[in-house]
Design a protein around this ligand. Structure first.
Ligand code: CP
Length: 344
């Protein structure tokens, strides 16, 4: 890890994260989030030299999914393997969560068996209940009705790689701003000091509650938040343009209504003409080609969606290391620098 990247912050920040939940990144200070990003970048560089870095040998992550996943499942599972640990994939409907057994009892029992829990739930309240009763760290792997902070922190890491900073930029989120990704990107980026423009039709704009949180972040970080229903004005001056899928498991008639409302917010070549030179396109994926964006945008040289997907693993390895923690430096000297940042 570069000791000079953020000289104002010390390794104590990372040690202090041990045992905490990652329910939302809004419970973490800006410095803690920046330290996690530094660790993620260091782990990615280490991975390029050697994929197997057994900091978490013998440790287990339970991965509870109420809904399907490609990136979240694979990146957490591969990340734990590379760290020398193990991840259990508990597929939708496979355990008693909230069915035959209360969420609280599941949280208590699973906490006795594993070292951390990652959960993707339909409702944010389910994750909150899990976190309230778990005695090991609980990581939010997306709550459909609210946020996706491991993705938005990964997005911040990807922006850091491409722009060299996560502060002082302008990011535009275009289309379904009310989505969990709109919420998370707005909250993470304003907390880290980048301004956000949310361009959406009124019925798909961010909620007043999310707006209040983002404005509080701006007051602290010096960033700004702009809400608009004008997609062209929204992308002007943006360093990064985000969008997200307009639907997931909705029936066809709802898809048609969303297509009607969100169609003018499609990210396409015409809209891209209004972005500034050097702007990047981001999407957490899965993408529905020809709907929220065209093939020409998703596959363009300025699209960094595959870096985003890859970085899920590196950011989450940093998070797992910080939350689970390590008790002793591995004997291998090449792992020593990272280990020192994690040891009390
Ligand atoms: N971006 C994301 O969370 O993808 P999955 O739904 O495939 O996990």
């Amino acid at each position: 890890m570069s000791p000079t990247a953020h000289p104002a912050r010390g390794r104590a920040d990372l040690v202090a994260l041990r045992g905490r939940h990652f329910f939302t990144d809004q419970e973490y200070s800006r410095d803690e989030l920046l330290d996690l990003l530094d660790l993620a970048v260091a782990l990615k560089a280490l991975y390029r030299r050697r994929p197997h870095t057994p900091f978490l040998e013998g440790r287990t992550l339970a991965m509870i999914f109420e809904h399907p996943s490609t990136r979240t499942r694979i990146s957490f599972e591969a990340g734990m393997s590379e760290l020398g640990g193990h991840a259990q994939y508990l597929r939708p409907g496979e355990i008693h969560l909230g069915g035959h057994e209360t969420v609280a009892d599941t949280a208590r029992v699973v906490s006795r068996l594993v070292d951390a829990i990652m959960a993707r739930t339909a409702y944010h309240t389910t994750l909150a209940e899990l976190a309230a009763h778990a005695t090991v760290p609980v990581i939010n792997g997306l709550t459909d009705d609210y946020d996706h902070p491991v993705q938005s922190m990964t997005d911040a890491m990807t922006i850091l790689e491409h722009f060299g900073t996560v502060e002082g930029l302008t990011c535009a989120f275009v289309g379904k701003c009310a989505d969990a990704m709109g919420t998370s990107v707005a909250l993470t980026m304003t907390r880290l000091g980048s301004s956000m423009v949310m361009a959406a039709p009124p019925e798909e704009q961010m909620t007043p509650e999310t707006e209040a949180l983002a404005r509080a972040n701006c007051a602290e970080s010096g960033a700004s938040l702009t809400l608009t229903d004008d997609a062209v004005a929204g992308v002007k001056g943006a360093d990064v343009v985000f969008t997200v899928g307009w639907w997931w498991m909705q029936p066809e008639d709802e898809k048609n209504e969303l297509r009607r409302v969100l169609g003018p917010y499609q990210v396409n070549e015409e809209l891209w003409r209004h972005t500034k030179p050097g702007a990047k396109f981001m999407h957490c994926l899965p993408a529905v080609r020809g709907e929220e964006m065209t093939d020409a945008i998703l596959d363009a040289p300025f699209s960094i969606v595959l870096d985003e997907a890859e970085n899920r693993k590196h950011f989450q390895k940093a998070l797992l290391l910080a939350l689970i923690g390590i008790d002793a430096a591995p004997a291998d000297p090449e792992l020593g620098e990272i280990a020192r940042a994690l040891l009390p």
